[in-house]
Every structure is written in C-alpha cells, then in structure tokens.
Ligand binder design. Structure first.
Ligand SMILES: [Zn+2]
Length: 355
C-alpha cells in the first residue's frame, strides 16, 4: 500500500495474540514517515526513525486500555513506552498487570480517552508526514467508541489511524465498517524458533520445543522461555496419574509443589495440559499426522487417549480454561488444583465407564 502511495487513512490490523500486529503497526507508521525509506523498509537512522523507535515522536500517539483510577493513556505514557520496548508482543493481560497487579479490574478505553483522540488529531502535525494514532486493543472500545466514528470516517489530512485487534468479532461493527482490515497471519513454528535462536541465547532443542508449544504466539514463547521449566511433561504425566489413581497423599504433595511454582508457571502449565488433552483427542479420532508432540509425549498419549472421549474431553478442557482465568484472578492455587484434580479424576473414570 505504501509503495503504491495508496495509504488508507483508517486501518485495522487484525492478528491472533502474539502475531506481532502491534509491532507491525508501529513499523508501518515508522516506514511511512521515514525520510530515507527504501522499497522494503525504513532506514532506521533518520531523525524520524530514531524518534519512532524510541516512541517519542511528537506525532505518534498511542491509545491503550487503562484501569481506574487512570482515565487516559497519556497518564501512563512512560509505563507504556517501557512495557512496549521490553516486549512489542505484549498482550492486554500482561499490560494491565504492569499498571496494577490487581487483575480483577476490567480494563477499558474510556470516553475521556476517545474525546482526547478527537481533540489531538484535530490539531496540525508538528513535523511528520503522517500524524499517527495507534489504538491498541480496539476490542476495548465499547459504545464510547462511537465518539470516534466521524474521525475514523474522515480523519484530517495527513492523519493515519491504525486500530490493532486480535478478534474482529469483538470489535464494534460501526468501527469495523469504517476501517480497512489488514489480516496479520499467525507466526509459523520455524519463525518463532529462528527468532528465539537469534535474539535469546536459547539451545536449539529448547527453541524447537518452545516454538511447538507456543503455537504461533511469540508472547507466549517469550513467557515459556522466561519461566524455568522441565518442558512440563513430567509434571503433567504425574498429575494425570495422580488424578486417575486417586492416591490422596501423592496428589497433595503434587498440589503443594505446583502451587509454589508461581502464577506464570501455572498458567503456562495449564495451557500445556489443554494442548495435551487436545492432542490425545487428535491421536484418537483425527489425523495422527497433525500431532504436534515429541516422542515421549506420543507414547504417553497412546495409553492415555483410551480414557478420553468427546464428552469428558470437552468438560476437562473447559475446566482447564476456567482454571487459567482463576489463576489470573489470584485464586488460591492449592484449593484450585485440589478441586481440579478431583474433577479431572471423576471425568477420566466416568469416561471409561461410559465406554
Ligand atoms: Zn528513516
């Protein structure tokens, strides 16, 4: 679009979590404002590029979800700059955690913020070819988003508005219809593996394992890399044995251990467990060629899949998803895992009976 000189003034970059849709939005904004852009990239060294890379260009504006008492993104400009530069693949949960660890609060983009956007885009630009407004997590625009409709439809000359979202179904239809949608595909395993090797001193086998687990989500890949873990398999296979075998003292010891491992580890572990449940289902009913598991995991699934059926599998996966949310909301992990273990145990035994 930029090469053809047909830059649509309102665009929506949609891609799954960890796909880099936000990072790409910023790169695009930098590119169209670069003073010495080549056909394929910005120069990275001109005065405009330097300011874009540091997120300090006076014509670059970010709107991000906030939580009370904050009402506008500009109150959090410093925190945002720091969070983005640390990880341009950041998700909304991690961002809201950095401004307030009380994750029970719901983030939002306020009507104050929307009016602020309209006001500042009405002013002439300082120095850039394009004044850029990036609205990250457009899903957070509820009815107050309607304040923006006129602006989105007809922004002032030389203005570029880029909305960034993970899921178009959650974006206000009135906004959706006023933006040109640009789809950002999920990252390939190989791309994630290459990036981990290039930018993080990561051993090849570990990079490959993480890429497979992350399933296209680079933010998740970084989290998996940051939290020391054993590849989760040992912990998982033990858990399933304890759930099913029902030895209470063993199970309790296991629960003690996992509860002390930190919430980040627990979230990743629950995600891994969901993946293994789905893998068991694919092994049993689908095309085994689609399995994304290593040899050790495959051997476990051969036996374990005989306990899984459509009804108990969906119940278990649902309970795991709920456990992730509860973990994010600071639930008591010991109680959570005890209840979850008993539930999964019942489901596995029930599944076998039903068969
Ligand atoms: Zn440049």
């Amino acid at each position: 679009m930029a090469q053809a000189g047909r830059i649509s003034h309102t665009q929506l970059f949609v891609g799954p979590e960890g796909s880099g849709n936000l990072a790409l939005a910023l790169a695009y904004a930098q590119y169209v404002n670069c003073l010495h852009a080549t056909d394929t990239d910005s120069c990275g060294t001109c005065s405009s590029c330097v300011k874009f890379e540091k997120l300090v260009h006076p014509d670059l504006h970010f709107t991000v979800p906030t939580i009370s008492p904050y009402k506008q993104s500009k109150e959090l400009a410093e925190d945002w700059r720091e969070a983005f530069q640390k990880n341009p693949y950041i998700n909304d949960f991690d961002w809201l955690q950095t401004i307030d660890t009380n994750a029970n609060k719901q983030g939002n983009i306020t009507s104050d913020e929307c009016r602020d956007i309209v006001g500042r885009l009405g002013l002439t630009s300082y120095e850039a070819k394009y004044k850029v407004q990036i609205i990250w997590q457009a899903e957070y625009l509820k009815t107050e988003g309607n304040i923006l409709l006129k602006l989105l439809e007809e922004p002032p000359q030389g203005t570029l508005i880029i909305l960034v979202a993970n899921n178009t179904e959650k974006v206000l239809p009135t906004i959706l219809s006023r933006a040109q949608t640009v789809k950002i595909p999920k990252l390939q395993d190989q791309e994630i593996e290459d990036a981990l090797l290039a930018h993080h001193a990561c051993m090849p086998q570990k990079a490959s394992d993480i890429a497979r687990l992350a399933d296209g989500d680079y933010n998740l890949a970084l989290s998996l890399l940051a939290v020391e873990h054993d590849g989760y398999f040992e912990t998982y296979s033990q858990w399933m044995r304890f759930c099913f075998g029902g030895k209470v003292d063993e199970l309790q010891k296991w629960v003690e251990n996992i509860s002390g491992s930190g919430r980040e580890y627990v979230k990743n572990f629950l995600g891994y467990t969901s993946q293994m449940m789905r893998a068991a289902f694919i092994y049993k009913y689908g095309d085994p060629k689609l399995l994304r598991v290593n040899e050790q995991e495959r051997q476990f699934l051969v036996k374990f899949s005989s306990f899984l059926f459509e009804h108990n599998l969906s119940a278990i996966v649902e309970s795991l998803d709920e456990a992730v949310v509860a973990t994010e909301r600071n639930a008591n992990l010991k109680i959570l895992f005890l209840n979850l273990s008993l539930y999964i145990g019942r489901q596995l035994k029930g599944g076998q009976k039903a068969a």
